[in-house]
Design a protein around this ligand. Structure first.
Ligand code: AMP
Ligand code: GLY
Length: 416
């Protein structure tokens, strides 16, 4: 398992219970994963070191969590050495690595997405805003650690964005090209599939809560919570597969970039139907923390079949239960998080019925668990409805303590 966040912890938790998994290694892993995997101190983007490690231990399958190693080409590095890895090649990971690539790809393949302009300067951007009209969305072309998107609903927000992207050059080379895009209105859902480049296996639906504060207020974050299933109309999944996912998989293959791995479509369900907001070339975080607990049976055979190109007609069954994840973040997040605050109450939290805890920004310091990143823990509750699952998650949230903890109080509440 490559990575060390709560998404990777959830995957490791599921994999560690699978038949046929004798040994599990996580690089770099985290203190929560240490109970189920051997954590090795190799950074998630150290591709050559990771490949050498996998070769030396004859690792049967490597699963990659974060986008950075995929966009840098870890799949190509492993393939060159004959090592099996689940994740797209560098060329296929462009769907996340370049928003301009994805936008132009969508136009080539008639995939519904917001109208936009590619701009390189303040003047070009201002002209695009005039044409598309406020509200508009600015997107840095390249990877920006989830911070490259600004939704501007007012003129002063547009001015601030123009300064951020073109004067401060806040996104460096990732912001050389910028998409200015029409703002779409609707409900957002996270639609993930597992694919071997030909066959497509949809994962359970999920919704992510991106804003820091209750009621979708405050700044964008990597994700403050998630629910599965996502409340959605019947038939929507089929429409998304037909209009967005299938044309993408066949289009990428036709363009010589066959996609193997998990493809995550961020979709806005508008009055005109679903439209693609973005692709991620990997499992979502925190969506994985709510989707994986719902999987019946083993995860390993599915991941292995996809990596081998043998997904065929394999299908997944999902438990009828509802799952809710509340992210506990450190003081200062999503800006510079404070580190080193002692964390207490995890045992009590875990004793609540139905609760799972996945670590992200935690570390052991002199034998004590302390905060060590922005998103510290994912607290997951399960129930027969989203309301019940939410209550279960919050009963555990209330037992965890660290100074400066931030979390939303409305995850999974008031949904159907
Ligand atoms: P991304 O980094 O592409 O996921 O964008 C972050 C968030 O910005 C998305 O999850 C949406 O909530 C929002 N967003 C992105 N593009 C648009 C758009 N065209 N219209 C409205 N909201 C958007
Ligand atoms: N939850 C959004 C992401 O994984 O990028």
């Amino acid at each position: 398992m490559v990575g060390g966040g709560a998404r990777e912890h959830a995957l490791a938790w599921k994999l560690s219970r699978a038949a046929g998994v004798d040994e599990l290694y996580a690089a770099p892993g985290n203190p929560g994963m240490a109970g189920m995997a051997t954590c090795v101190p190799i950074a998630a983007d150290a591709m050559v070191e990771l490949a050498e490690f996998a070769a030396s231990l004859h690792i049967d399958l490597t699963v990659v969590g974060p986008e950075l190693p995929l966009v840098l080409g870890i799949a190509d590095e492993f393939a060159r050495r004959g090592l099996l890895l689940l994740g797209p090649s560098r060329a296929a990971a462009e769907v996340e690595g370049s928003k301009v690539f994805t936008k132009e790809f969508c136009l080539r393949h008639s995939i519904p997405t917001a109208r936009s302009r590619v701009v390189r300067s303040r003047d070009e951007a201002a002209a695009a805003v005039k044409e598309l009209k406020v509200p508009v969305v600015f997107k840095a072309d390249g990877l920006a650690a989830g911070k490259g998107v600004q939704v501007c609903r007012r003129k002063d927000e547009v001015e601030a964005a123009l300064a951020l992207y073109f004067e401060e050059r806040a996104f460096g080379s990732a912001g050389e090209k910028v998409l200015v895009e029409e703002c779409l209105e609707g409900d957002e859902i996270s639609f993930m599939v597992l694919t071997d480049g030909t066959s497509v296996l949809p994962l359970a639906s999920a919704r992510d809560y991106k804003r820091l504060k209750d009621g979708d207020q405050g700044p964008n974050t990597g994700g403050m919570g998630s629910v599965s299933p996502a409340p959605m109309e019947s038939g929507l999944a089929t429409t998304i597969l037909r209009a967005i996912v299938h044309p993408t998989i066949t289009g990428l293959a036709a363009e010589g970039r066959p996609y193997r791995g998990v493809l995550y479509a961020g979709v806005m369900v508008t009055r005109e139907g679903p439209q693609l907001l973005e692709y991620n070339c990997r499992f979502g975080d925190p969506e994985t923390q709510v989707v994986i607990p719902r999987l019946e049976g083993d995860l390993l055979p599915l991941l292995r079949a996809a990596a081998l190109g043998e997904l065929g007609a394999l299908r997944a069954n999902w438990k009828r239960e509802a799952v809710v994840c509340v992210v506990l973040a450190a003081d200062g997040y999503p800006g510079a998080p404070r580190r080193g605050d002692p964390i207490a109450g995890l045992g009590e939290a875990l004793a609540q019925p139905g609760v799972l805890l996945f670590h992200a920004g935690t570390a052991l310091q002199d034998g004590r668990l302390v905060t060590a990143g922005g998103r510290v823990l994912s607290v997951v509750g399960r129930g027969s409805t989203l309301n019940e699952a939410s209550q279960s998650a919050y009963s555990a949230v209330g037992r965890v303590q660290f100074d400066g903890v931030q979390y939303r109080r409305d995850i999974g509440k008031g949904l159907a």
